[in-house]
Ligand binder design. Sequence first.
Ligand code: ADP
Ligand code: ZN
Length: 734
Amino acid sequence: MKTAAVFKGFKLYAQVIVDIAHSQVDKIFEYSCPDTLKAGGRVKVPFGGRLIDGFVIGVSRTSSYPAEKLKPVAEVFDEEPAIIPECLELMNGISARYRVPKAAALRLFIPSEMRLGKVREAFKSYAVFTGGEAKLSASAKKQTQALEYLKSKGECGFTELCLSFGRGAVNSLVQKGVIRLEKRKVARNPFSGLPSSSAEKVLTPAQREALEKIENSEKTVYLIHGVTGSGKTEIYLNVIAREILKGRTAIFLVPEISLTPQMLMQLRGRFGEAAAIIHSGLSAGERFDEWHRLRSGEAKIAIGARSAVFAPLENIGAIIIDEEHDSSYVSESAPRYSTADIALMRAKYNGAKLILGSATPSVETYVKAADGEYGLITLTERVNKKPLPEIIIADMRKEVRRGNNSAFSLALREELDDTLKKGNQAIIFLNRRGYSRQVLCRNCGYVAKCENCDVTLTYHSEENCLKCHYCGTRYRMPAACPECGGVHILYSGTGTQRVVADLKNLFPSSRILRMDNDTVSGKDGHYNILKRFSSKQADILVGTQMIAKGHDFPSVTLVGILDADMSLHFSDYRSGERTFQLITQVSGRSGRAGEAGKVVLQTCAPENYILRYATAYDYKGFFENEIALRRATGFPPYSLICRIMVTSENDRAALEALKNVYFATEELRNANPAEFIFLNRMHSPIKKIQGKHRYQVLMRLQGKKLLESIYDIAVKFSTNDVFVYVEENPANLS
Ligand code: ADP
Ligand code: ZN
C-alpha cells in the first residue's frame, strides 16, 4: 500500500461503491482523495485488508465520518471519469427497479475488460522527419536511403522503416536528431474493411410524413409500425442525421449480432467514423477502443445489441430500437432489465426521442400506441410499391395422406424448382438446428437425454455426435440402445442439417448454405455466411430464427416455412403472437427487390386463426383478436406474470429455499389478496440445466404494485448455494 501514503492529507472525500456485486457490501464507503478526483472515476481503495477496485459516485468537501478515521484512496485510474453523470443516476434507477447491488448496475456501463484491467490502449511508434540536416558518410548507404525515404513521406511506422532499412541505420538517424520517435494511440477499428453503402435517398411521402410527426410532436416514445420493406431504416437514419446536426448523439439498437454489420455498413456510409459499434463479438481491444471513441465524443452514434443502450454518450437526441418485439431485448442475466425500460429512462433524462420500430410490434407496445401514450406511425406499403409476397398454405396432413412423408410439400418442391430455374434465391426456414430432433429406440422407446440437463439430445451428422443445446455437452452416438440393446435407432423430427441433406437429394446441382448456432462462430461468422449468400455464391439458405430478421437479399423470391405450427403449441400466452411475428418476419425476406416474392407455409393446422391473419398480413385483425383474448383471460398487458426461479446444484437446498420463497409469497398474498390472480410452486418445465436443479414459484398479478416486495423475497433467500431470481413476463417459461 505504498501509493496510499502519497494521498494522505487530502481534504476531499470520495463516496465509493466497491466493485463487489453482493448485497452485503451494497453500501457507500468513504475515503479521502486528491482534489482532482471527479464523480464517475474509478479508483483502487483499501477494503477489508486488501486493495479493491471501486467507482466514485460522488465527491464532497465534508465527510459524515471524522476525517482521521478515513483511509485515502490508493490509486486513481482515469483522468476523465469513466462513468458519465447520467449513468450515476441510471445506477440508482436500475438498482431500485431490479433490486441489484449498485456495483452490478455500474458494471453495465463499462466494458468488462476495462474493469479487469486486462486491456490497454494500443500504441504504435512512428518515425517522423524533424527537418534537421545530418552529415552522413558516403558509406552509410542505408542511412541515406532511409532518410531520403522518410523525407519524401514526412513520417512512417517505426517498425516498417526498420524492416526496410535496418534497425541500426534507423537508430543512428534517431541519435543524429533527424528522426524523432513518436508514440501514438491507435484505434483498433472493427469492421474497418466493410464496404460502406447507403447513399442518401429521396424520401417517399410516407417517410417524410413520419419524420415530420416525430420532429413536431411532443411525445417521448414513437412506434413505427411498418410492413417489411416499408423503409423504416431510412427513417431511423434521417432521425439520427437531424440529431447529429443539432449537436446531439444517438443510440441505434438491433436485436441480433448478425444484423449489426449490415446496419453498421449503412451507418458508416452515412456518418463515417462518427458511428461506433458495441457488441460482444468484438475482440477485447476493439471493444475497449470503440467504447473510448464514444466516451471521448469522437464517435457520436452507438450501434449494437441490447448492451449498447448503456453507451457512454452524453446529450442523446434519439434512441432507436429496431425490431422492438424481439425477445433478445430482455437481458437473460441479472439485472434482467428490459432494454426499452432503460432506453426510456435515458430518453427522459436527455429529453430525447425513443423510437420503436417493427413490422410486428409486441401486443404490449401496440396497445400503448393505440391508446395514445406513444405516437403511432403506420407504414402500409413497401417502398418499391410491390405487394407483400403471396403466402401459399400447404396442408401437411393432406401431404401425408397422399403418401408424402418428406419434410417438403409438393407445392414447396415445385416453387423451389421454379425459383432455381429462374436463377433466383430461396430461403428455407425451420425452428430446429441439428440433424434431427431426437434419437429414439424403436424397441423400448428410450430417448437420449443430457446428463446435466433435463432435455433430449440432438443428433449432429457433421460430427456424428449427440449434442445438448442447453449446455453444449457432446455425446457419442450409441450403436445400440443403452437401455435394451436394440439396434433400431430412429431419428424423429427434422433439423437444419437434415433439411440440407434432403435438399441436396432433391436438387443435386443447387448450392446450399446453412446458418444456425452450429455454423456460426466468431464476430464475422454471421456476416461471412450472409455475404456469401447475398453475393449469390449459394442458391438456398437454410436456417433457424437467425435468418428470420432484417436481412435484405434482393434476389430472394421464395421463402419456405417448414413447420409453421412449431411455436403454436408452446403452452405460453405469447405463442400466438410469436407465431404471427415469425411468419411475418420470415415472409418479409421474399421479393424485396424487383420480382414479386412467394412464401410456402407448411402447417398441420391451416384453420388456426393466427395463421389466417398472418397469411393475410392483417396485423390489426390479429391485434384486435389477441388483445380481446388477453383482456378476457387476464393475461399481460392486463396482468403481470412473475416467476421466482430457485436453482441450485444441491436439490435439497433448492427445495428448502423453494418452500421458504413460497411461504413468503403466500404471506404477501394473504396481505394483498386482490393483487393475486394465480400463485403456485412447482418444478420448472426443464427440471435441470447444467447440473442445476430448477424450481419456480409462478404467479400472475394484477399489476406492478407488489414487484418490489417480490424482488425482496428473491434477495432474501439467495445464498451462496441457491440462486433465486425474478423474471417479469418471461419470454421463455422452460
Ligand atoms: P424496413 O426496414 O422497413 O424493412 P428498409 O429500410 O430495409 O425497410 O427498406 C427496404 C428497401 O427499400 C431497402 O432496399 C432500401 O434501401 C429501400 N429504400 C428505403 N427508402 C427508400 C427511398 N426513399 N428511396 C428508394 N429506396 C428506398
Ligand atoms: Zn446439457
